[in-house]
Design a protein around this ligand. Structure first.
Ligand code: NAP
Length: 278
């Protein structure tokens, strides 16, 4: 069996088609969606991510305020900047690119972003009406799974990785969709016992090659979130060639979850403008 590849670029393309129309409708009623992208320091990967996010936003009609701070910027300076952006009525979303340079307390700085503008869905806070944005990577993973047409309800979903940004919220979303969810982590004994029972497997450990083909249930759906740079090459958590022979649906080595994460950031920004825009 060869898997059907879950192409994140194609799936994201459908999201953008819808977003272009929504942005147009917003502009017709005088709301001009705008996203602030804050980059602190010179990390080349972060610079690339911010460039990609800005490009996508502009393509669908969202204006972008790119803010670059030096790696020596203080926590107070960042919080003051975020306070100003929170108060700007013409700005609908704030994204602080992670990771921050050493010495900056990311959770405390992120917590200063208003929940109404937290389009990355990164803070725990909620808006006054209880609403909060769904974090982009887990939301993108769910959208990719739904795009295959398979039903999630009643399936056994196994998530490998329990981080606050990816693993845990993905498990929560799958649970909301009525999957039976198992959450594995680095202390899980006999990982293969769980992965081999998974109808849906989400690998988000950041451990290249952790999941071999024989650890997968034949005919399963596998989303590989892992991205690790090994000798200049990006590697996922699964051994792609082996998974290809075993899974019914599989994300490609590149162009799987990544494009969906950006698409969901754009969707959250448009939603912010629709809900709270002036
Ligand atoms: P993280 O904060 O380092 O968390 C990794 C999680 O995996 C932890 O819960 C850890 O368990 C678990 N883990 C590590 N090694 C394991 C092993 N051998 N067996 C089982 N569990 C193991 O990483 P993250 O931020 O969640 O990101 C995970 C991966 O996704 C990374 O490769 C990252 O680059 C990638 N990522 C991709 C995108 C995208 O858009 N494509 C977005 C975000 C992240 P413990 O809790 O026990 O330590």
């Amino acid at each position: 069996m060869k898997s059907q590849l879950m192409d994140g670029r194609v799936c994201a393309g459908k999201v953008y088609e819808d977003l272009r129309l929504r942005v147009q409708r917003l502009k017709e009623v005088g709301v001009f969606p705008k996203l602030a992208l804050i980059l602190v320091g010179e990390d080349p990967a972060s610079q690339m991510y911010v460039r990609m996010k800005a490009k996508r936003a502009l393509e669908i009609g969202i204006s972008v305020e790119r803010i670059r701070l030096s790696k020596d910027a203080s926590e107070e300076a960042l919080k003051a900047l975020i306070r100003d952006l929170n108060e700007d009525p013409g700005l609908h979303g704030i994204l602080l690119q992670l990771p921050l340079p050493e010495g900056l307390d990311a959770p405390s700085i992120l917590a200063s972003i208003l929940p109404e503008k937290d389009v990355d869905g990164i803070t725990e806070a909620r808006c006054a009406d209880g609403f909060s944005f769904t974090p982009c990577t887990p939301k993108g993973i769910l959208r990719l799974i739904r795009d295959t047409g398979i039903s999630i309800e009643g399936k056994h979903a196994v998530v490998v990785g329990r981080s606050a940004l990816v693993g845990k919220p993905t498990a929560e979303l799958l649970l909301k969709e009525n999957a039976t969810v198992t959450l594995c982590h680095s202390k899980t004994r006999e990982l293969s016992h769980f992965t081999s029972m998974a109808d849906i497997l989400v690998a988000a450990a950041g451990s290249p090659g952790l999941i071999r083909g024989d650890m997968l249930k034949p005919g399963s759906l596998v989303v590989d979130v892992g991205q690790s740079l090994v000798e200049g090459q990006w590697k996922g958590d699964t051994v792609f060639e082996e998974a290809l022979e075993r899974a019914a649906f599989l994300t490609p080595p590149t162009g799987g979850v990544g494009p969906m994460t950006i698409a969901m950031l754009m969707e959250n920004t448009v939603e912010a403008a629709e809900r709270f825009g002036k």
